[in-house]
Ligand binder design. Structure first.
Ligand SMILES: [Zn+2]
Ligand SMILES: [Zn+2]
Length: 271
C-alpha cells in the first residue's frame, strides 16, 4: 500500500497541476494521495496559496476525488504554517510547519529555508548573532506550533537544517542543539502528532539525509512516537522519492510500523 500525504501543486509553489499529480500517483500505483497546499500567510506572496487559490484548490481536489474515486483515494489536507491565521476546518488533515521566525512586534519575518543570506540575517538581527539562540528559537516555535495547532502531522521537524550542510551556520551535534530538539519532540509527542520522515530536502539536493535527522528519529522512537513517510513533492517526479531508503532507516532505528494514508484515512502498516 503506497501513499503520499505531503504534496504541493501549482495552487501554491508546486510545478504540476493537481490532476497531473493524481495521474503520476496512478502511474506509480499509489492507493492514496493527500494534497497539502501551503496555507495562506499574509506576508508571504511567493510560496503559499492566495485566499482565492485556497477556494479553487478545495474545489479542484473535490472534483478530482469524484472523478478518480474508483482508482485512488484522494484527500484535501493543508500544510498550515505557524503564522497562518486561516481556518483549518474542513480539511482531511493538517500538517503543521514552521517556515519562518519573526520579530512580531515589528512585523519582520525571516524565512529559514530559502537563502543563506536570509538565514544569516535572521541569526544576526533576531538572535543577537547567536547560532545557539537561533536553534533554540526555532525548536521552541515548533513546540509552540504543536501545542497550539495540534496538527495531525509535524512537518519537516528540523527544517532549520536545510541550508546547514557541513554545519555552515550552527553545530548540529552540540548538546545545546540536541536538548532543544528533544524538548520539542517531547511536546510533539504529548500533542499526539505523527512525525513525518520527509524526503523532500534530499530530493532537492539540499541534504543527503531526511528530516528529521536519525538521532532525533531514535529519540522519537524512545518516546513511543509514530511516523509517516512523505515526499513533500513539489513536482510529479518527486512523488514517493526515497521511500525505500526511508523505510530502511525506520527499521534500523527500531520502528516496526509506519502510518500510511488509505481509503479510510490514516492507518498503520508494518515496515
Ligand atoms: Zn513546508
Ligand atoms: Zn510542504
Amino acid at each position: 500500500m503506497l501513499s503520499d500525504a505531503h504534496i504541493h501543486t501549482d495552487f501554491c509553489d508546486g510545478l504540476n497541476t493537481a490532476e497531473e499529480m493524481v495521474k503520476a500517483a496512478l502511474e506509480r500505483g499509489l492507493c492514496a494521495l493527500g494534497f497539502s497546499g501551503h496555507s495562506y500567510t499574509a506576508f508571504d506572496e511567493d510560496c503559499c496559496m492566495s485566499r482565492a487559490a485556497t477556494g479553487a484548490y478545495r474545489q479542484e481536489i473535490a472534483r478530482l476525488k469524484a472523478k478518480y474515486h474508483r482508482q485512488i483515494a484522494l484527500f484535501c489536507g493543508i500544510e498550515q504554517d505557524f503564522f497562518s491565521c486561516e481556518p483549518t476546518e474542513g480539511y482531511a488533515y493538517i500538517i503543521g510547519s514552521v517556515h519562518y521566525l519573526a520579530d512580531t512586534e515589528n512585523k519582520k519575518y525571516y524565512t529559514i529555508d530559502y537563502t543563506g543570506s536570509q538565514l544569516c540575517q535572521c541569526i544576526a538581527e533576531l538572535c543577537g548573532g547567536s547560532p545557539e539562540a537561533f536553534v533554540q528559537k526555532y525548536f521552541a516555535q515548533v513546540a509552540q506550533m504543536a501545542q497550539s495547532l495540534r496538527p495531525d502531522i509535524i512537518g519537516h521537524f528540523d527544517l532549520l537544517r536545510k541550508l546547514n550542510a557541513a554545519d555552515r551556520f550552527f553545530a548540529e551535534n552540540s548538546p545545546a542543539y540536541r536538548q532543544a530538539a528533544q524538548a520539542a519532540l517531547r511536546v510533539c509527542a504529548q500533542a499526539g502528532c505523527l512525525l513525518e520522515l520527509n524526503t523532500g530536502g534530499a530530493y532537492r539536493g539540499y541534504r543527503q539525509d531526511f528530516y528529521p535527522a536519525e538521532r532525533e528519529l531514535a529519540y522519537w522512537r524512545s518516546l513511543g512516537g509514530e511516523v509517516i513517510i512523505t515526499s513533500d513533492a513539489h513536482e510529479a517526479a518527486a512523488l514517493c522519492y526515497g521511500f525505500d531508503e526511508a523505510r530502511q532507516l525506520l527499521k534500523e532505528v527500531g520502528f516496526e510500523r509506519q502510518a500510511v494514508l488509505s481509503a479510510r484515512g490514516f492507518t498503520y502498516q508494518g515496515l
